[in-house]
Ligand binder design. Structure first.
Ligand code: ZN
Length: 150
């Protein structure tokens, strides 16, 4: 079953990338659905049963893992496409945003996706830190940057 917000083709591409990255969830899930009801039920159940934690906590962990996978896929996709430059986009979604991430988003901090963004003294990628919902935007340069003149 498809059942996600992305067009089927895009969704299939994401799935292919996951396979290439050897990220193999027990069943397909959709990283762009962040609400509780969209999280894979078996992942929630496993977290609850194996670690004896509450549903809410399990949901947080599942969502966080989802964000990390999304981050890894985006990073890999950009590198494979040869688009190395990106700017940090802070998400207003979280309740407890990191000040440094808010600042990076406000300044549209530029970084090389192969190296990560230098924030708080370390190289990180959007969505990598616990509960970080930040993302990035690819910087597309003019054709002249590729040595093309018209
Ligand atoms: Zn963040």
């Amino acid at each position: 079953m498809h059942g996600c917000a992305l067009p089927r083709k895009k969704c299939a591409q994401n799935q292919k990338l996951r396979t290439n990255l050897r990220i193999t969830p027990s069943r397909p899930f959709h990283d762009h659905n962040r609400s509780l009801r969209h999280l894979p039920a078996d992942l929630l159940q496993t977290l609850q049963q194996r670690f004896g934690i509450t549903r809410r906590r399990a949901a947080n962990i599942a969502r966080d893992q989802n964000a990390k996978v999304t981050s890894a896929i985006n990073k890999q996709r950009q590198i494979e496409t040869g688009l190395f430059e990106a700017e940090w986009v802070h998400s207003a979604g979280g309740k407890h945003p990191r000040a440094s991430h808010v600042e990076a988003g406000r300044k549209k901090l530029r970084f090389d996706v192969r190296e990560g963004a230098l924030i708080d003294g370390e190289r990180i990628w959007p969505g990598q830190k616990p509960n970080c919902r930040c993302s990035s935007r690819v910087i597309l340069r003019g054709l002249s940057a590729f040595g093309v003149s018209l």
